[in-house]
Design a binder for this molecule. Structure first.
Ligand SMILES: [Zn+2]
Length: 527
């Protein structure tokens, strides 16, 4: 129960590369990101309400004492093994803490609780207290817990999952504090002070501040703390020091072009959304625990930290392109959902929008062709038509594990429809960027009050050309989306199962195509 309550608070995004999908010998969509959000997957839909109620009760019951769950921990590598030993204490002496709970499943990687062993608990006076394990990763004591120690086996999961959970192999790996440290229960203080020993090539951490004098990491929210372990990594600053890339080993791309690419993407979104998230974004680029086939990747964006585990592309010429594709998608998540204070599940919005905005950014930065956008949309239309009967975007969000294809494909189409409608209705004055900018302005600041995401998103669309009702109908439509009205007077049409630019678009249609990035190549090359 506590684990689930914790999980509904976490904002993160995980993606995975699937094999390239070919049709008629052409690449239609280079990567279909695959979302692996496993939480609630085995629960009936009504359970959502129960969980929220339980969370509300717990939060209401959270006195000042119970909330004090900041931890001070030492993580020690056990030499020549994949084990770490963690010893720590609750910063305020535990007081009313009587449970020690760990993440049991994250982003589709199960069995995390089973990795925890040799749990020992102590009272405030140092006396050892009895521990009861009632499920893997869930421990209880009969009296308040002040101190704790345990071992964690960090053998890597199979390829899938290595960008999402902690692992160590042959002295390298990645530590996600979220699955290594006790979860803060209810609305407990999520902060941690962490010291590490026995590792070579530690950090710098993402989501934490390195206190050099104290040789410790101070993490405001331990669920966002990410610490790479590798002696072969180097730090590459970008954007005059406001961005950091931590790159491990040799790749087919060079450091400087990679740093510039991330800076270009970051500046593009900064301009589009009218501000930056309140932190220093870090990108960690590492290889998997074992040798992987070409062009396999997995990415995770947590707080301000992007983790990319990848193999090289077959050819040098594709290497920076693959990285740029990942940057454009993952960097979007630094703003949405991670940079806004919105609650509730709204994957339907930020995953579809991430796919769409990464294409628009690619066009604007002249990294992809307009045809690439059209072929991705054509593929999404084909995928959307295979959606289970009666499934809406809203219900695909609730059952994202089973329905990720519909969620991504229909989410992309919804973003496109809304963009074209905004452009048409406002004669090119508004676009989805206007809505995203409003959302970020209203909900992105540190002082913003948490609002319900879907309500806020529909309100933001309502502020522009009456598109709120359209957004709501796209969200609730139980059938594949229909693009007929949208394509009318847009300069695009559906022909031979593919979306194409009309042969002879009118002046107004040309203006819309232009806003979507159709002529960007010409504009850039004529400079
Ligand atoms: Zn995503």
């Amino acid at each position: 129960m506590t684990t689930l309550i914790r999980l509904i608070k976490i904002k993160y995004s995980t993606e995975r590369g699937l094999p390239v999908i070919f049709a008629n010998g052409r690449v239609l969509i280079e990567k279909l990101p695959f979302y692996l959000f496993a939480v609630l997957k085995s629960m009936p839909q009504k359970a959502d309400i129960t969980l929220i109620l339980l969370a509300v009760i717990l939060v209401a019951a959270c006195s000042g004492q119970l909330c004090g769950q900041a931890v001070d921990v030492a993580i020690k590598a056990v030499p020549q093994t994949e084990y770490v030993e963690v010893t720590g204490r609750f910063a305020d002496g535990g007081k009313d803490v009587r449970n020690l709970a760990f993440e049991r499943e994250f982003a589709g990687v199960a069995g995390l609780g089973e990795r925890i062993s040799d749990v020992s608990l102590s009272a405030a006076d140092g006396r050892k207290i009895e521990v009861k394990a009632f499920a893997p990763g869930e421990f209880a004591a009969a009296e308040p817990i002040a101190g704790f120690s345990y071992r964690v086996r960090l053998s890597p999961p199979k390829l899938a999952g290595q960008a999402h959970v902690s692992w160590l192999k042959d002295g390298r790996g990645i530590i996600f504090l979220g699955d290594l440290l006790p979860l803060p229960l209810g609305s407990g203080d999520p902060s941690a002070r962490v010291t590490m020993s026995g590792f070579a090539g530690v950090g710098p951490p993402a989501g934490c501040i390195a206190d050099v004098k104290d040789a410790a990491f101070l993490c405001a929210d331990r669920s966002n703390g990410v610490i790479p372990i590798s002696t072969g990594s180097r730090d590459v600053e970008a954007g005059n020091g406001r961005l950091l890339l931590r790159i491990e080993g040799k790749w087919l791309f060079d450091d400087e072009p990679a740093a510039n690419e991330f800076d270009d993407v970051f500046r593009h979104y900064e301009h589009a959304f009218g501000g930056t998230p309140d932190c220093k974004p870090t990108v960690t680029i590492m290889r998997f625990a074992e040798t992987a086939p070409h062009s396999v990747w997995e990415a995770d964006t947590r707080g301000c930290s992007i983790v990319i585990l990848s193999s090289d592309t077959p050819f040098r010429s594709q290497s920076l392109q693959q990285l740029g594709n990942l940057f454009r998608h993952e960097a979007f998540h630094l703003w949405f959902p991670n940079g806004v204070k919105l609650s509730g599940r709204y994957d339907w919005f930020y995953e579809g929008m991430a796919l769409y905005m990464s294409k628009k950014a690619g066009l604007s930065l002249n990294r992809i062709r307009f045809d690439d956008l059209l072929s991705s949309l054509s593929t999404a239309i084909a995928f959307d038509r295979t959606a289970p009967k009666g499934l809406s975007l809203a219900s695909a969000t609730d059952s994202r594990w089973e329905n990720s294809t519909t969620l991504y494909a229909r989410g992309l189409l919804a973003a496109f429809i809304l963009d074209v409608e905004l452009l048409k209705r406002s004669k090119g004055k508004h676009s989805v960027e206007s809505v995203l900018r409003k959302l970020f302005a209203d909900h992105g600041s540190r002082n913003a009050v948490k609002a319900d995401a879907t309500t806020a998103i529909l309100e933001a669309f309502s502020a522009f050309d009456d598109t709120g009702r359209l957004a709501e109908s796209l969200l609730n439509r139980p059938e594949p989306l229909d693009l007929t009205n949208t394509l009318e007077n847009s300069g695009m049409e559906f022909s031979s199962r593919a979306l194409v630019v009309r042969r002879d678009p009118s002046g107004r249609e040309k203006a819309i195509l232009d806003k979507l990035g159709y002529n960007n190549w010409r504009k850039l090359s004529s400079r």
